[in-house]
Each structure stands twice: as C-alpha cells, then as structure tokens.
Design a binder for this molecule. Structure first.
Ligand code: PLP
Length: 481
C-alpha cells in the first residue's frame, strides 16, 4: 500500500503536498488523489499487459472512482472507459472521452440509457440479459444504427472475496450463465438479432480478488465457451473481455503474494493455454503462434482474439487518502476511546458494507509514538459508523488531521448525503501542486432537488421525462408501447 512521505514538520506528504496545508486550504473531509500513482498504474497495466498479450485492451472501470479530470487522464493515457449508467456516460462524454472507447455496462440499462449509448455511438454494449438484448436490437433497428455488443456470461466461479462483490458465481444477478447452455443460446440470439453486431464475450468474477486461481478459471471458461460457440455457430469471437477485479492493499503488511504482473501473466497464460487447446486454426484475426508440444508440428495460425480487461480499484484505490479533522475524543470504559471525525460512512460506506479494514495516521503528528489504541468513528447517526477499529495513534486532540489511506476506490463513488452531509471535495496532487477536481457540495446543492409547496415548481416538471443528456435527443423504447 502507498503510505506517503513525512516532512520535517512531521506532517504527512501526499503527491508532494503537505496534508495539513491541504486540509487548511480545502477543508475536510477531503479526498486527495495522487495523480502520479494513478497514471503509473494505468501505464503499468498497459505496458505489462501488452508484454503479456499484444492485443490487450485496458478499459478503466469508472465505477471505482470517476470525475471529469480522471476521464481526461484515462483518455490521455490511451485506456478505454467502462461506464455503468447514463450518468457515467454523460460525464465521460462531457470530459471528452471518445465514445468508441467506451464500454457500456450495467445489468438493467433503461431504454433511455440504451438510446443514449446508441446515439452517442459507444464502442461496446456489454449485454447482460435477454430482455436487454431484444430491447437494444429494437432500439438500434429503429434508429438505423448498429450496436456492437459483448455478451456478458457468468462462469459459475466464486472467488474468495466479500460475497457482495462476487459477480461470477452461479447465483449471480449478472450475465447469462454458462451452465445449462444459457450463454451459448444468448450468443446465438445475438447473432440472429437485427441491429446487433456481436463482437465477443465478457465475464467479470468480482472485485478485491488477490488469488490467481479464480482468474485462471474464468479465463479458461471464456476460452471454452468461445470454442463451443464457434463449433455450434461458426462464430469465432474476435474479442474476449475478462473484466477487472485485481485487489488493492488496504492495510500495512497485508500485501498479497502476487504482483500486478503475476496477475496479468496468470490471466493471459491460462487464457492462451485454453485457447490453444481448443485452437481454431485457419482463421487469422491477428497474431500467429507456434503450436508447441507436438513433435514435427508445422506452424499453425491461431485466430487470437483481442483481450480486454477492466481494472478499477487497483488503479485508483492506493492513490487516494481521505483527510478528516478530529472534533472530539471520548473515553469508553473497558474499550478503545473514540476519535470522532467530521466525515464517516457518508464518504466511505465500505467498513459498514463489507467490514473493510483501513489504516490511518495523525497527518499532523506522524513522528509521535502511539499512546494507545483508538476507534475512528464518523459523525453519522449510526453506531456502525466506525471507519477503523484498533488503531494505534498518539493521543488525538480536537483539531488534529487524520489521514485514512487507500480510499481512492469505491469511496467518493459510493458516497451519499446521509444526514444531509455535503459530499467532500476531491483534489488531485502531483509534484507538490494541488488542483481541485470536484468541488465540495454546499448546503444549496443539497436543496437543489427539493420541491416545496409554493416554490413555483410546475406540474410539467413532475413528469417522468428522461433526464436531459449530452448531445443526443430523448428516445423512446419502441417496445414499451
Ligand atoms: C463489469 C465490471 N468490470 C470491472 C469492474 C472493476 O472491478 P475492480 O474495481 O475490482 O477492478 C467491475 C466492478 O466490480 C465490474 O462490475
């Protein structure tokens, strides 16, 4: 995990910036993202990934953390972008992401979201279910466009991670199950439907996975299904998307045994082995390879597909910290005293949702020795709003600045206004410079959608009209009557 540096004043330094100064300048709670760490991860994914497999596409999964400035970095670094809603699509387009490098995910995209994606010309729709596939086909036909699709399949793999972030297990709500031939039937249907151009298969088994075995199993399952589809339909998938899911390190000493490179190598080698085993010589889509292991075998050409991966967490999690100000401390007989901070579950729901562990320090007193163990509690009206338990700290005082590490993923993205708390600002730091990338919400922002009798809000505004969106006009689902 990234733990930053310490300056001579005993302050935590993040991206070259003094965290105490950042807290004073921008207020707290504050998300601080080290731009260099994020960019380095993106490059590492591209470089190490392409060293393992030349035809690899890396799409950043925006659900982990997204804002316009991050979209610009993703675009500049040459990654694709995975979006999961009309809102994420709107943000991506407004920040200049080329539509053809966007993959549109989601297990229940609305007709309006599908139309938005079609009109914007997103690169791929990752189709989750039969209703969506038919709906997308109708919408594409009506608008005389073609939707390029990857069919999301469920391999029936349960990786060792929190149940809530498993997505490829047998009872998953995502995708078409491979078992029982459901995924194969979906491939056949996608080939038959007008308005769709089937590009390949997609599978994603979950998040925060540090074990290599389930990734290998998923890669094998995708290769096998592609082979079965080829056998049955003659369609050889030009694209295989193996999703994201590689873990981040949240607490010191908890680093998994495998590196990002080992993960990429495991994924790619399992895939290549399985693809060769079910090899489809004679169709050349790209790379060629030698058929190893067969004495005297001639060079065979394999139809290697483009591989896609969609990392989110492992690109942004460790780049981020959250700064809080201590408001008060409270002794509890027989238990660790509480340190009460000015944020909590509204800006980081993960401890409450998944029992996630975090590490934190007093950012203004890094060099002081711990005085005991403390519980870092938030300010929300929930007893469960405790960010870290059993945290060794120098005795905290009101006004101290706390830094919680590894909050770059699924924090800002999952934040809420619970208790009407305004969402914190986000700053990007690099080389000692900080820039505001998302401003702090104000109380006025919190009132923006509130409709009060006599406010002048007309009945017309109360219809279920689609949310206005960028570039494209509202479209109706032709199948919805
Ligand atoms: C389809 C899909 N792709 C990619 C991701 C990104 O996963 P992670 O942030 O764990 O890399 C997710 C998140 O679970 C996902 O649902």
């Amino acid at each position: 995990m990234e733990i930053g540096e310490t300056n001579r004043g005993g302050h935590l330094v993040w991206g070259g910036c003094d965290c105490v100064e950042l807290a004073a300048r921008y207020g707290t709670p504050l998300y601080v993202m080290d731009q260099d760490v994020m960019v380095a991860r993106m490059r590492r994914y591209l470089e190490s990934g392409r060293a393992a497999y030349a035809g690899l596409n890396v799409a950043y999964a925006g659900k982990a953390f997204v804002c316009g400035s991050l979209v610009q970095l993703v675009n500049r670094e040459g990654l694709g972008l995975d979006v999961v809603s009309g809102g994420e699509l709107q943000l991506a387009l407004s920040a200049g992401m080329p539509a053809e490098r966007i993959l549109f995910h989601g297990n229940n995209k609305s007709p309006d979201e599908l139309s938005f994606g079609l009109e914007a010309g997103v690169g791929r729709f990752v189709v989750d279910n039969a209703v969506e596939m038919e709906r997308l086909s109708r919408l594409a036909a009506v608008s005389r466009s073609t939707a390029r699709v990857q069919v999301r399949v469920t391999p029936g793999i349960s990786p060792h991670t929190h149940r809530a972030v498993q997505t490829g297990q047998v009872d998953s709500k995502f995708g078409f199950p491979i078992t029982g031939g459901v995924a194969l039937a979906a491939v056949q249907r996608a080939l038959a439907l007008p308005g769709l151009k089937l590009m390949g298969l997609h599978s994603h088994i979950g998040s925060q996975i540090s074990d290599l075995a389930p990734f290998r199993a998923a890669a094998r399952a995708a290769a096998r299904l592609a082979w079965e589809a080829w056998q049955k339909t003659g369609f050889l998938a030009p694209e295989i998307n193996l999703g994201g899911g590689w873990a981040a390190d949240y607490v010191p000493g908890a680093a998994g045994v495998a590196s990002l490179e080992m993960y990429l190598a495991a994924l790619v080698s399992a895939f290549k082995l399985a693809w060769r085993r079910h090899g489809t010589p004679g169709v050349s889509l790209g790379l060629s390879d030698r058929c190893g292991g067969q004495p005297g075998a001639a060079t065979r050409r394999y139809a290697w597909p483009s591989l896609f991966i969609e990392p989110g967490r492992s690109i942004v999690a460790e780049a981020g910290i959250t700064l809080y100000t201590v408001g008060a401390t409270k002794a509890v007989s027989g238990h660790d005293p509480y340190v009460l901070v000015d944020g909590g579950m509204a800006d980081n729901p993960r401890p409450l949702l998944y029992g996630s562990k975090y590490h934190a320090v007093l950012a203004n007193r890094i060099l002081e020795q711990p005085a005991g163990m403390f519980s870092l509690a938030g300010k929300a009206c929930e007893s469960g709003d405790v960010l870290v338990r059993g945290l060794a700290l120098p005795a905290p005082r009101p006004g101290d600045v706390i830094a919680v590490f590894t909050t770059g993923a699924y924090n800002h993205a999952m934040s809420s206004n619970y208790n009407r708390l305004p969402r914190p600002a986000v700053v990007f730091v690099t080389g000692g410079q900080a820039r505001l990338t998302v401003r702090r919400e104000t109380y006025d922002d919190l009132l923006r959608c509130d409709v009060v009798a006599g406010s002048g809000f007309s009945a017309e505004n109360e219809t279920a009209a689609p949310t206005p969106r960028l570039h494209v006009a509202a479209a109706r689902d032709p199948g919805s009557g």
